[in-house]
Design a protein around this ligand. Structure first.
Ligand code: HEM
Length: 397
């Protein structure tokens, strides 16, 4: 009785936060379902116009990005079978159920808002004999002046982005998805990232990155017309309309020199303060940086080459939604940090958004002193699957 009361109480709190609870899961009469409710019981719906894991808000605490390559000789039938299987796995895992062929319910039972998002790289379109369907910008990003790309973090035929507030169900989901993909694919790279733990700060607080900045303050807000406009593809083939394009950049941070740099300088580099993320020109975190504001001597308060002033969208087409994760694979054997940002940005068109913004940043962003882009991959992210469909069905038929 006591447990049930806790469950109901938890459900009320969680529902108040706008989260979808796995009601079916909670109602099941087994020991797992009888455990008290918590963030772990929350689920995100799999079906919809858009794939999950893009507008899922707040961003989950953990992510794994895995790029798969199709084995040589794979064709349309193999890719279709693979996508059917991955869709079925994703649907079950996100609902807190075991995938087909697995027995023990404990590991997936508390998915903690697990999402699985699938993206297509150029090689997939070639393998199915539809190279014309690959948006040209997905095939080839321009090189940027400051790029120092290591092939080990680049490219991929198929992306799995798996996110959850709990690293344990995430790990399980990933191993089952990759296991089911193994007969048709090999793993090209895996990149794991994290954000502050759910509950560490009040819900809705902008996450901090490893430089200590609030990162995402000026993002379009999921559910708003600005977000819809920035993120979802509106024109193009049916399988992509309602989908998106993802740029994933692995960006190393020089955290030792950053840590030793003065606080005022750090805030000048970005034009936002470290504590609240508010503009250095004043106001609240939700305000824009004012490039015209000057100090007593007539000198602009926000540096023209600050990250924010360079990155701000100058056209509607430049807008994007940043859904980044920190990575930390250090320390190295020398005791140095090996950390940075998995910059993941969703947008309706990489050619009009990421490309012009990154071109500007590569030319003149004060932040460049402390960051280096070392990995890059782009994926077309199909629209969401409706019940009975598999992801990418419109492309594979
Ligand atoms: C804003 C950090 C890379 C695009 C910001 C802000 C921070 C930040 C602290 C201000 C708060 C906010 O609005 O989120 C970083 C770090 C990076 C990085 C540490 C690399 C390690 C990039 C890249 C792009 C980008 C590669 C795109 C090419 C933006 C945009 C804004 C922004 C569009 C919002 C500007 C506005 O309209 O106010 N970034 N960023 N950032 N960043 Fe970055």
């Amino acid at each position: 009785l006591k447990r049930r009361a806790l469950l109901v109480g938890g459900a009320a709190v969680l529902a108040g936060g706008g989260a979808a609870l796995g009601a079916g899961l909670a109602a099941r009469d087994d020991p797992v379902a009888a455990a008290p409710a918590s963030f772990g019981a929350e689920t995100v719906p799999f079906h919809g116009d858009h794939q999950p894991g893009i507008e899922t808000h707040p961003v989950q605490a953990h992510a794994a990005f895995v790029a798969l390559d199709l084995r040589p000789g794979s064709g349309t039938a193999d890719v279709r079978r693979l996508l059917r299987l991955l869709t079925d796995d994703a649907e079950r895992l996100m609902a807190g159920r075991v995938p087909l062929g697995a027995a023990d319910p404990e590991l997936p039972a508390r998915p903690a808002r697990l999402t699985v998002t699938v993206g297509f790289g150029p090689g997939l379109f070639d393998a199915i004999g539809r190279p014309d369907q690959c948006p040209p910008i997905i095939r080839q990003l321009p090189e940027f002046r400051t790029d120092r790309l290591d092939p080990r973090w680049c490219g991929g035929d198929l992306l799995l982005q798996v996110c959850s507030d709990d690293a344990v169900p995430l790990s399980y989901a990933l191993r089952r998805l990759v296991r089911d993909a193994r007969s048709v694919t090999t793993v090209r790279w895996t990149q794991r990232g994290f954000n502050p733990a759910r509950g560490a700060e009040p819900e809705g607080t902008t996450p901090r990155n490893l430089m200590g900045q609030r990162d995402g303050s000026a993002n379009p807000v999921p559910g708003t017309p600005e977000f819809e406009q920035a993120v979802w593809v509106r024109e193009g083939p049916d399988w992509l309309v309602g989908g998106s394009m993802l740029v994933l950049r692995r960006i190393r941070m020089e955290l030792e020199t950053w840590d030793d740099f003065g606080r005022a300088g750090k805030e000048m580099v970005v034009a936002r303060t470290l504590d609240t993320g508010a503009p250095v020109t004043g106001g609240l975190e939700t305000d824009d940086v004012d490039p015209r504001m000057v100090d007593g001597r007539g000198i602009p308060i926000a540096a023209a080459r600050s990250h924010v002033l360079q990155a701000t969208a100058r056209t509607e087409g430049e807008k994007m939604f940043r859904r980044g994760y920190s990575f930390d694979d250090g320390p190295t054997t020398d005791g140095l940090p090996d950390a940075g940002l998995l910059f993941a940005a969703y947008q309706a068109d990489i050619a009009t958004a990421f490309v012009p913004v990154q071109t500007r940043l590569a030319e003149s962003d004060l932040l460049n002193e402390w960051i280096t882009h070392i990995g890059s991959a782009t994926f077309a992210v199909p629209r969401g699957a409706r019940p009975g469909e598999f992801i990418g069905q419109g492309l594979l038929g």
